[in-house]
Design a protein around this ligand. Structure first.
Ligand SMILES: [Mg+2]
Length: 381
């Protein structure tokens, strides 16, 4: 089954409300839709993050696409290695595994979608089969002020979330007040995870964790700069609260280093870091050998990624029981089915072949027009 054509379309889907975190304010999902067509009429879809610019990512995806035309969709691993070596490891003097993962994820995802559609099986069955009947997701609370975050936390607990995830790293006193009010609102029985997104240095992290432990957080995610595993290890050794690695882990090599150093208690990782589903499964296997679970990481994505990540989540043996879900932030989605709304914080098995979704052509057109309009405004600014 040979690849005949590859198209890319930048999309923009706004969030219902902006989310506030240590790196600023994020207002929507900007992605590049990937569409791969085969000679016998199958179409596979994926998406990659369009950051820092859609045009830049699009140029790299188009370069990668040249290596895929005329090739078999079932040669996924060899083809993705070829794309990686040609673009992100060229002659040994261009080494960009992290950006490479981001760029190639959409193509990799679309190849899985095609394989599943060609075989008429959902992707999780191609990954070894479902390890569970559903994936459970944490409640990612939204708002700027502590009272708004606390209010949202109560609503998410009422919807069935057992674990609440909260951004901090926005200043010591604001962080303290956010965590205090959220804990007070949800009560002692709800699990609480805090994510400063690299905002703290080692000393700040140790000081803040000491203050915040009164509110019984179960985990602190990536407290310090992602470039230093030794700082993460130092914080973990000093912390009475479990520590997760997020931005310092992009692939199986990073996971291996974290496990060897014992620098974290949990690995937070997604398709857009690893470069797709295959490399995520590989990283999960390394984490499993090191005795750690994988928590699915969410980014600025549409239902395409939600479905792809969910397929992997169903098949990863060492999956955490509280994963990141971003779909509820979108004002609308670009897929027509399945219904991705959570029931008791869970999403069950998908029966449809491939990644399991049907694209909504009208929603895609709207999101593409919105992106074009947004780019024109940005270009003229
Ligand atoms: Mg994080």
């Amino acid at each position: 089954m040979k690849i005949k054509a590859i198209e890319t379309t930048p999309l923009l889907v706004p969030y219902a409300q902006p989310y506030y975190w240590s790196q600023g304010v994020t207002r929507g999902a900007e992605v590049l839709l990937i569409e791969i067509r085969t000679e016998n009429g199958f179409v596979g879809f994926g998406e990659c993050l369009a950051t820092p610019t859609a045009k830049g990512v699009q140029a790299f995806v188009e370069e990668a696409a040249r290596h895929l035309l005329g090739q078999s969709v079932f040669d996924r691993e060899r083809l993705m290695t070829l794309c990686y070596q040609s673009l992100f490891q060229f002659r040994g003097n261009c080494s960009a595994p992290r950006f490479g993962g981001q760029v190639l994820a959409g193509l990799e995802m679309a190849l899985w979608d095609l394989q599943g559609k060609a075989l008429d099986r959902p992707v999780y069955e191609l990954l070894g089969g479902a390890q569970r009947r559903y994936v459970e997701y944490f409640g990612f609370i939204q708002g700027s002020e502590p009272k708004d975050l606390a209010h949202d936390a109560v609503a998410l607990v009422q919807q069935g979330h057992r674990t609440i995830y909260c951004k901090v790293g926005r200043g010591d006193e604001l962080d303290f007040e956010i965590v205090r009010q959220v804990r007070e609102a949800v009560g002692p029985g709800v699990r609480l995870r805090l994510d400063p997104n690299e905002a703290w240095d080692t000393l700040s992290a140790i000081r803040m964790i000491e203050r915040l432990k009164a509110f019984n957080p179960e985990m602190i995610e990536q407290p310090c700069d992602h470039r230093s595993l030794s700082a993460l290890k130092q914080i973990k050794d000093a912390s009475p609260v479990a520590i997760a690695a997020d931005q310092c882990v992009f692939n199986a090599v990073d996971v291996c280093q974290v496990t060897q150093m014992q620098a974290a208690d949990l690995i937070v990782l997604g398709l857009h870091e690893t470069g797709g589903i295959g490399p995520l499964m590989e990283a999960a296997a390394v984490a499993k050998i090191g005795g750690l679970n994988i928590c699915l990481h969410g980014l600025y994505e549409t239902g395409i990624t939600t479905c792809a990540a969910h397929q992997a989540g169903l098949a990863i043996p060492n999956l955490d029981d509280a994963n990141q879900y971003m779909n509820h932030l979108l004002t609308s989605d670009v897929i027509a089915s399945p219904d991705l709304s959570l029931k008791d914080a869970k999403l069950g098995l998908f029966d449809a072949p491939g990644l399991g979704f049907e694209l909504d052509p009208d929603a895609v057109s709207e999101a593409a027009a919105r992106h074009a309009e947004h780019s024109a405004v940005t270009d003229n600014a």
